[in-house]
Design a protein around this ligand. Structure first.
Ligand SMILES: Cc1cc2nc3c(=O)[nH]c(=O)nc-3n(C[C@H](O)[C@H](O)[C@H](O)COP(=O)(O)OP(=O)(O)OC[C@H]3O[C@@H](n4cnc5c(N)ncnc54)[C@H](O)[C@@H]3O)c2cc1C
Length: 386
């Protein structure tokens, strides 16, 4: 298992300090400044603190073990920021070695790597923690299901397949932002041109949407895996969600007419199977869907929550509870058609969708195993943890 760290851009030491700031710093925005001394980012938190991250070319040779004081950060701020700022009261202040490294695989037989053990990013895009948490979430439910004998062991292969590409993309994003930063610092011409181009690009909605999806990681999807590819439903409009996509939150109404969100229903750990019916669905089909969902709920008890969403009509409690698509979100956000069924994974991604509940048993087999009679003994498949 190698470490494909790529071409190092910056081997030096950077500075970080969470401080109080006096001066004309715009709040609610990230401010980036570059000049021949280096690059510096000012990231205001929700409280009054501001994070200063500086790649000061004059200080990059100093060992990260050398103590850092506020006067030294002030000197860097004065040298790079084009307007006066007074910093003080540091909550956290340190030098750190900027690295951009990624393991070539996140799995070596029974060992799984997540978080900083799998990747280290230059913190220009503030992605390290978010990426690590999503790695852990992606792996935890798979391990839990497989170790309890509730999912096929092959599900564990999807961890590296799904998360490594995201790790690679995040490394490229950090690289790109960092390159821009350093190139701007090193060349006045580049600084002038790229500031204009970036300013124009970042003022457009598509670029803003792309960047916010990338940086918040709500744009992460797993369409590239073998399982998603095999289970993608053909012929859908682009706006409809499909296998591997992140399922958006949905505003539904229950039998009391109260609003209930899909993400609240998903707090119970496990998969959620959603059937959608409307006035275009015949009573016979509605009953068949409810019966199939009830059967699967019993078959995969403890792993699967089943519910139906109605386009119109009265929701009711029951073996398979029904909810109303009061805001037409199932229709528009999922691109649901009457008779469709959706399997949502425990981490909120779409396992698959189908247009006929009779296809469910075949499709579910890739994700769930029928639990063996629970004797209290946990089933750990050979080679997984022993
Ligand atoms: C200067 C800087 C600024 C950053 N800013 C941001 C940011 O703004 N946003 C962001 O998302 N990310 C940021 N990051 C990255 C973020 O801090 C890390 O990605 C995140 O903390 C990694 O979490 P982790 O749990 O994978 O690893 P760690 O936080 O390193 O946790 C691993 C833990 O395991 C413990 N440990 C190690 N070995 C053993 C052992 N043998 N037995 C038991 N315990 C052990 C360690 O003591 C440690 O507590 C920043 C990083 C740096 C360096």
């Amino acid at each position: 298992m190698g470490d494909d760290r790529g071409k190092p851009l910056f081997r030096g030491t950077a500075l970080i300090a969470d401080v109080l700031v006096e001066g004309d710093l715009p709040r609610g925005f990230v401010s980036l400044h570059t000049n021949e001394r280096g690059g510096l980012a000012l990231l205001p938190f929700q409280n009054e603190y501001v994070r200063v991250i500086a790649f000061d070319l004059a200080k990059m040779e100093i060992s990260p073990k050398e103590p850092l004081d506020i006067e030294e950060v002030q000197e860097t701020v004065d040298a790079i920021v084009p307007y006066p700022l007074r910093i003080g009261n540091p909550q956290w202040i340190t030098r750190f070695r900027a690295q951009n490294r990624l393991l070539s695989t996140y799995r070596n037989e029974r060992l799984f790597f997540a978080g900083d053990a799998a990747h280290l990013y230059i913190p220009v895009a503030a992605q390290g923690m978010n990426t690590g948490i999503q790695d852990a979430f992606n792996l935890a439910w798979k391990l839990s299901f497989v170790c309890r004998g509730r999912a096929p062991e092959s599900l564990l292969d999807s961890y590296n397949e799904e998360r490594h590409l995201i790790g690679e993309r995040t490394r490229k994003l950090s690289d790109l932002l960092f390159q821009l930063f350093i190139k701007q610092a090193r060349s006045t011409t580049y600084r002038k041109i790229s500031s204009k181009v970036m300013g124009l690009a970042l003022s457009t909605t598509p670029v803003q949407n792309l960047m916010s999806g990338r940086v918040s990681q709500t744009g992460v999807e797993y369409r590239h895996t073998a399982l998603s590819k095999a289970q993608r439903f053909g012929g859908l409009p682009k706006s409809a969600i499909n296998a591997g996509d992140r399922v958006p939150d949905l505003d539904l109404a229950d039998d009391d007419g109260l609003g209930i969100r899909l993400y609240d229903l998903m707090r119970t750990p496990g998969f959620v199977l959603i059937g959608f019916a409307s006035s275009y669905t015949s009573s016979r089909k509605k009953e068949a869907m409810a019966a199939e969902l009830a059967r699967l709920k019993d078959r995969y008890a403890g792993s699967l929550q089943c519910l139906m969403v109605l386009g119109e009509g009265l929701p009711r409690q029951g073996d398979v509870p029904t909810f109303l698509d009061a805001r037409r979100e199932v229709l528009h956000k999922l691109g649901a058609r009457p008779g469709d069924v959706f399997l949502v994974r425990p981490d909120g991604y779409l396992a698959f969708r189908a247009d006929d509940p009779r296809r469910l048993p075949g499709l579910l087999g890739s994700w769930l195993s029928t639990p063996v009679a629970d004797s209290g003994v946990r089933t750990v498949p050979d080679g997984v943890l022993r």
